[in-house]
Write a new protein. Structure first.
Length: 228
């Protein structure tokens, strides 16, 4: 049994990841902003502990780290994310800069903040993994001229974690980035390709591929390699 910590665990892909890991017998630390209001998350069967954290708030993340002091985390999944401003407000000619800053705080800075705060927990594991749910929209190889702010936040996350894989991999903490697919969530919309259940199941299988040889990989949800 492994211990898996998941941020943004109260809905969408995060909620389905909690269900998938709990169903296979892992201990799940399910993190979200308002655990008391996360009724569907609270109903998940298995060894699931709900924890409060606002990933974009330094003090909140510090409190999470204090709560988990001395406890090993085998897999940390940075899943919490936001689209940022409305599509029409993050284009070439129009940008909601305050919204862009907020998106950077959640999509780029928060995964780094959580990783840094929980490094002692990862180091306490015998097989630590740092998994970051990103997006193909952050790939430099893909010219998709929508959601400029969102794309940039994910591109920055990709670069940081690619560099982090070099240093963390040297001490046995393996790092990857996973594009979850176009998923029928609040962000992806009802017309997206796959369900949250399909995405989560694929992500769980793909995470199992992460080891010293595959450290620093960028994958699609189904385990295929994604171009940078």
């Amino acid at each position: 049994m492994s211990t898996v910590l998941i941020t943004g665990a109260n809905r969408g892909i995060g909620l389905e990841l909690v269900k998938a890991y709990a169903a296979r017998g892992d201990e799940v630390l399910a993190c979200c902003r308002s655990p008391d209001a996360a009724t569907e998350l609270a109903a998940v069967a298995g060894a699931v502990t709900l924890l409060e954290v606002q990933v974009s708030d330094q003090d909140s993340v510090a409190r999470l780290a204090e709560t988990l002091a001395g406890r090993a985390v085998d897999t940390l999944i940075n899943n919490a994310g936001t689209l940022g401003p409305a599509y029409e407000d993050q284009s070439l000619l129009k940008m909601d800069f305050d919204g862009w800053n907020e998106a950077f705080a959640v999509n780029t800075l928060a995964p780094v903040r959580v990783m840094q705060a929980l490094l002692p927990n990862l180091r306490a594991s015998s097989h630590p993994r740092l998994v970051n749910i990103t997006s193909q929209m952050g790939a430099i190889s893909l010219d998709m001229t929508v959601a400029y702010a969102y794309c940039c936040t994910k591109a920055a996350l990709n670069k940081f974690m690619k560099l982090a894989a070099v240093e963390l991999g040297a001490e046995g903490i393996n790092v990857c980035l996973i594009h979850p697919g176009w998923v029928r969530t609040d962000m992806g919309g009802p017309g997206a390709d796959i369900s949250p259940e399909e995405s989560a199941a694929g992500i769980v299988r793909t995470v199992e591929k992460l080891n010293a040889k595959t450290n620093g990989s960028f994958w699609k949800w189904n385990g295929e390699t994604h171009d940078w």
